[in-house]
Design a protein around this ligand. Structure first.
Ligand code: FO1
Length: 319
C-alpha cells in the first residue's frame, strides 16, 4: 500500500498492531494518534499510559505478557516507596520511571506533550510518528455506582469492579486534535485509516470525541478499517466487553462495528467470529474480514497488519 497510514489507538492491543504496521510499512509511512484521556498525575509525575505502551512496543521494549511497562524492569522504587508509606496501588518500574521524570521536566518548561513524545521516540529509535491525540488535556471520568472515578482509579485501583453508569471525556470538546495527524485525515492525503483493536469506549471514543474527528472519518475518501478488540464475546484484555454491556452498547464483535456505524468501511474480526461477520453482512453493515487477531507474538502482529492493509487496498479499489 502506497502513502501514509493513520492508526487511532489506545494501549496494548493497538500498540501490538501498530508495531506490526510499523514493521511492514516503509519507514515514515505510519502516523499514530494515541488516546491520552487515561493520562493522570501520580506522585507529581505525568503518566501517559497509552503513549508509554505504544513507545515501548514500537521500540521492542515491552514485556511479552503484561500489557504495560518495560520488560525486565526493576522494583526498587516501589520497595522504597512502600517503606516510606507512599501510595503503591499504581506500579512504576525503575526504568519506566525515567520516562515519566523526563516527560515531567519537559512539560514543566512549557514544552507540548507532542514535542516531548517525539524526542522520547527518537531516543528509542522509533521511526513511526507517535502523536498524542491532542496536546490539550482530556480526562475520562467514569460515573459509577461508587461515585465518579478517574480512569486509573477505576482501572487499576478498583480493578474495573464498580458498575459503570456513564462515561465522560472531560475537556474533549475544547481539545484540538493534533494537526500532524488531523490535517492529513481532513485533506484526504492518507492511504488508509485504521481504528486499532483498542477499547472502543475508553480508548477510541475519546479520540472520536475531539472536535471534527467523527466528521473527518465520515467524509474520508480513503478506507477506514476497524479491528475488533472482542473475540468470541470477550475482551482480549481489560473491561471492554463488560463496559459495553453495562452501557447498553451490546455484546460481541458485531456490536463494536455497530458502535462505529457510519465511520468505517471495513471491519476485521477474529477467525472464530464468522457468525458475527454473517450477522453484520445480513444487516448491511461494513464489509468484514476474518483474520487471527489475538497478537500473542510480534509475527502475528505483522501478519494482522498485512491483512488489514490488503483489506484496505481492496476496499479502496472498490473490490
Ligand atoms: N496497569 C495496571 O493494571 N497496574 C499498574 O500498576 C499499572 C502501572 C502503569 C505504569 C505506567 C504505565 O504507562 C502504565 C501502567 N499501567 C498499569 C497500565 C495502564 O494503567 C492501563 O493499561 C492503560 O491506561 C489502559 O489503556
Amino acid at each position: 500500500m502506497k502513502g501514509t497510514v493513520l492508526a487511532l489507538s489506545g494501549g496494548v492491543g493497538g500498540a501490538r498492531l501498530c508495531a506490526g504496521l510499523a514493521a511492514v510499512l516503509p519507514p515514515g509511512q505510519l502516523l499514530i494518534a494515541v488516546n491520552t484521556a487515561d493520562d493522570f498525575e501520580h506522585l507529581g509525575l505525568p503518566i501517559c499510559p497509552d503513549l508509554d505502551t505504544m513507545m515501548y512496543n514500537l521500540a521492542g521494549l515491552a514485556p511479552p505478557g503484561r500489557g504495560w511497562g518495560l520488560a525486565d524492569d526493576g522494583s526498587g522504587f516501589m520497595t522504597a516507596l512502600r517503606r516510606l508509606g507512599g501510595a503503591d496501588w499504581f506500579e512504576l518500574g525503575d526504568q519506566d520511571l525515567a520516562t515519566h521524570v523526563l516527560r515531567g521536566a519537559a512539560l514543566a518548561t512549557g514544552e507540548p506533550l507532542s514535542v516531548v513524545t517525539e524526542r522520547l521516540c527518537r531516543q528509542l529509535g522509533i521511526t513511526a510518528q507517535i502523536l498524542p491525540m491532542s496536546d490539550d488535556p482530556v480526562h475520562t471520568r467514569l460515573h459509577t455506582e461508587r461515585g465518579t472515578l478517574s480512569f486509573q482509579q477505576y482501572f487499576v485501583r478498583e480493578a474495573c469492579a464498580p458498575q459503570v453508569l456513564a462515561l465522560e471525556y472531560q475537556g474533549a470538546e475544547r481539545a484540538a486534535p493534533h494537526p500532524t495527524w488531523f490535517a492529513p485525515l481532513r485533506d484526504g492525503s492518507l492511504s488508509a485509516v485504521v481504528l486499532c483493536p483498542s477499547n472502543p469506549l475508553l480508548s477510541i471514543d475519546p479520540i472520536l470525541a475531539l472536535p471534527g474527528v467523527r466528521e473527518a472519518l465520515r467524509q474520508s475518501p480513503v478506507p477506514v478499517v476497524a479491528v475488533s478488540p472482542i473475540i468470541a464475546g470477550c475482551a482480549v484484555k481489560g473491561p471492554a466487553a463488560a463496559l459495553m454491556t453495562q452501557l447498553g452498547i451490546g455484546e460481541g464483535a458485531a456490536a463494536v462495528a455497530r458502535h462505529y456505524s457510519g465511520l468505517i468501511d471495513g471491519f476485521v474480526l477474529d477467525s472464530s467470529d464468522g457468525a458475527e461477520a454473517d450477522v453484520l453482512s445480513a444487516e448491511g453493515g461494513p464489509k468484514s474480514l476474518l483474520s487471527e487477531i489475538l497478537m500473542l507474538t510480534p509475527a502475528i502482529g505483522r501478519q494482522l497488519a498485512t491483512a488489514v492493509l490488503d483489506f484496505a487496498a481492496e476496499l479502496a479499489g472498490g473490490a
